[in-house]
Ligand binder design. Structure first.
Ligand code: HEC
Length: 126
């Protein structure tokens, strides 16, 4: 029975079964790398966007691709708030890759640290 449940669980949400890619791991990474600017509650500040309002600012849909591109540096230079630019986080791209299904139905191999941060950010949407 336990095995059946484990199989079902892993089949349904592969990333959620991996302790390195879940929101808890993401929270730890967030505290280490992001909280100094975006705030420990993710609500940002004068020149730093509120990360709990990402979905609200995109018609109620969490903009996963925007977040992933922001974090992997692909969207570097796409500054949404004037003044300060988001720093690069090359070290988040190191380590193991895991294949995930993105919200656009694409299957992409992504660094586990990015997947974890993305999972955490999805969870804190208002
Ligand atoms: C040095 C301050 C700083 C740190 C540290 C920082 N950010 Fe940012 N972040 C910004 C600023 C400023 C912006 C807005 C300018 C821009 O888009 O580059 C931003 C933008 C973003 C955006 C895009 C928001 C939008 O509405 O388009 C996301 C997502 C984001 N940050 C996530 C993170 C995550 C996750 C981390 C930790 C890995 C992090 N940031 C660390 C300053 C920071």
């Amino acid at each position: 029975m336990t095995r059946v449940f484990a199989l079902l669980c892993c089949g349904a949400v592969l990333a959620a079964c991996n302790p390195f890619t879940g929101p808890q791991a993401g929270r730890a990474l967030y505290d280490q790398n992001c909280a100094s600017c975006h705030g420990s509650d993710g609500r940002g500040g004068a020149h730093v966007p509120d990360l709990t309002g990402l979905a609200a600012r995109h018609d109620g849909r969490y903009p996963q691709l925007l977040v992933l591109n922001k974090l992997d540096g692909y969207a570097r230079g796409d500054v949404v708030y004037s003044g300060v630019e988001m720093p690069e986080f090359g070290h988040l791209l190191t380590g193991r890759l895991t294949r995930v299904q993105t919200d656009r139905g694409l299957s992409r191999p992504l660094p586990e640290k990015l997947i974890a941060l993305d999972a955490y950010l999805q969870r804190i949407q208002r």
